[in-house]
Design a protein around this ligand. Structure first.
Ligand code: CO8
Length: 258
């Protein structure tokens, strides 16, 4: 693995835990951190031993309190454009299932990073928000689009136009957070879910993720087409033979990722 200064990586069997590690700045996302994160996620994505990636923040206060305002404050539009925004596109293209374990504030780019993940677990003290409007800007890493697709127009407008934060509990009810758990149990509960995902047939998990994400990018017809093609494609895998044979023989499947 490459050397990283702003993130930590830990492996637990088939699960990788990536921790945003700038706790004194509430894990504010400077350009270096986001670039490191993109590189690390790509490395883990290529690693066949990893079946699920958990993303969390160091400390008890924040997942990430947004883009680093001190770094951004005197930037020009061109500097913002060439400063590394493509890292977000790289994060978006990760095939391995990802889970955000949101352990406190997920604000601005921090909320958007959680929204890049496939599942969002949150501690009971977690708060989400897009406070950019209070800084004279708007979300820039997908917040307006991903929130609108999940929460609908009206709740999204309220969040984006006021910058007010919303509790994890409320967002659980609105379908944006999968489960809210006490902070002390967040990582363990997330790892249980991650283990379960990582124990599935890996190619099926990737193609399932791709098919679900297609629902956000394509028409229903195109999405159905992608699902069907992925479904047929899986009949070329050894894991599909193994999964069905194991069912017939009433034993646990032993998936190999082939
Ligand atoms: N950037 C830089 N430093 C930060 C940030 C941030 N986003 N958030 C917190 N910090 C720093 C504080 O400056 C402080 O440092 P210091 O001790 O040196 O003064 C330290 O972290 C602790 O923070 P606070 O003292 O403020 O802690 P509080 O508990 O009083 O408050 C809050 C916690 C409410 C989270 C508060 O820190 C806050 O409001 N933070 C800013 C939240 C925000 O506005 N986020 C949006 C940023 S804009 C954005 O995300 C645009 C996204 C565009 C795409 C992504 C590109 C990467």
């Amino acid at each position: 693995m490459a050397e990283y200064t702003s993130i930590l990586i830990e492996r637990k069997q088939r699960v990788a835990i990536v921790t945003l590690n700038r706790p004194r700045e509430l894990n504010a996302l400077n350009f270096q951190l986001v670039a490191e994160l993109a590189t690390a996620l790509e490395e883990l994505d290529r690693d066949e031993a990893i079946g699920c990636i958990v993303l969390t923040g160091a400390g008890e206060k924040a997942f990430a309190a947004g883009a680093d305002i001190k770094e951004m404050a005197d930037k020009t539009p061109i500097e913002m454009m060439i400063g590394g925004f493509e890292s977000w596109e790289r994060i978006r293209r990760i095939h391995t299932p990802t889970i955000a374990a949101v352990n406190g504030y997920a604000l601005g780019g921090g909320c958007e990073l959680a929204l890049h993940c496939d599942i969002i677990m949150a501690s009971d003290n977690a708060r989400f928000g897009q406070p950019e409007i209070q800084l004279g800007v708007i979300p820039g890493a997908g917040g307006t689009q991903r929130l609108a697709r999940t929460l609908g127009k009206y709740r999204t407008m309220e969040m984006v136009l006021t910058g007010s934060t919303v509790s994890a509990k409320e967002l659980e009810g609105l379908g944006l957070v999968n489960h809210v758990v006490p902070q002390a149990e967040l990582l363990n509960e997330t790892l249980k879910l991650a283990d379960k995902i990582a124990s599935q047939a890996p190619i099926a998990a990737r193609l399932a993720k791709e098919a679900v994400l297609a629902a956000f990018d394509t028409s229903l017809q195109d999405g159905l087409e992608i699902e069907r093609k992925n479904f047929f494609l899986l009949f070329s895998t050894k894991d599909m033979r193994e999964g069905m044979q194991a069912f017939i023989e009433k034993r646990k499947a032993n998936f190999q990722g082939k």
